[in-house]
Design a protein around this ligand. Structure first.
Ligand SMILES: *Cc1c(COP(=O)(O)O)cnc(C)c1O
Length: 232
């Protein structure tokens, strides 16, 4: 059994300078996050609001929390006071809610727009053709700050197809560059495909199981009502 520290060191050795590592800690206990924190990790990703809130309460305040799972509008208020980056923004309605809740507490919240480029219907995100309208809409929302794009590749063994998904995201950033920051965040790549993602221009990778081991879904992570867990 390798330890969390060893896993992180091994991953960090493969990351070029300029690529941010997000340790995806969903379904993993607070002690595991502490271990990663103790060797300097500060960026952690969670996909359920209830679990995120409990961990935020329990852990040091200099952790940068990333919301990476589908976010319901009625859960926005709870996370806007502290969230570092909402990566999974997938509708204009959600953008409007984040705008409203951030303005209410005089904060500006950084977000990524999630794009849907994978073949699976179940994945969420803006379709490529919906992206310009979403970016236009954001122009009128002073309390949200779009930092870039996030996306996932199709689950397939075909390296070619995975690479294609990431290149579509990179090209979407290029095609929409007038409405994105000059050096946009491209959050692409997970345990199984992050090296391919980096080769296609990713500068932020979200890695869970290679760091923390296979997730124990029976550990009864706090799961919100009416939300089903989709196995990655
Ligand atoms: C769970 C999750 C990850 C991490 O997946 P691993 O395969 O465990 O590295 C990355 N991104 C998102 C959006 C996720 O939900």
């Amino acid at each position: 059994m390798t330890t969390i520290r060893e896993n992180i060191s091994a991953i960090r050795r493969t990351l070029p300078a300029g690529v941010t590592l997000i340790c995806v800690s969903k379904f993993n206990p607070v002690e595991s996050i502490r271990e990663a924190y103790s060797i300097g990790e500060r960026d952690f990703g969670e996909s359920h609001v209830q679990e995120l809130l409990l961990k935020h309460e329990a852990l040091p305040s200099d952790i940068r929390w990333h919301m990476i799972g589908h976010l319901q509008t009625n859960k926005v208020r709870a996370i806007v006071p502290f969230i570092h980056l909402i990566q999974s923004v997938d509708s204009i309605r959600l953008m409007q809610t984040i705008q409203k809740e951030s303005a209410r507490i005089s904060r500006t919240v950084d977000i990524l727009l999630e794009v849907h480029v994978a073949r699976e219907e179940a994945k969420s995100g803006f379709l490529p053709e919906e992206l310009p309208a979403a970016l236009e809409a954001a122009q009128l929302m002073p309390n949200i700050n779009i930092r870039g794009l996030m996306g996932m590749a199709t689950q397939t063994k075909s390296e070619e197809e995975i690479r294609h998904c990431f290149s579509v995201i990179r090209n979407l950033a290029k095609a929409n560059k007038a409405l994105l920051p000059s050096s946009p965040i491209l959050s692409m790549g997970m345990s199984g495909d992050y090296l391919t993602a980096i080769a296609e221009g990713s500068n932020m990778v979200r890695i869970g199981s290679t760091i923390f081991g296979e997730r124990d879904y029976s550990r009864k992570a706090p799961i919100e009502n009416q939300e089903t867990i989709t196995q990655p």
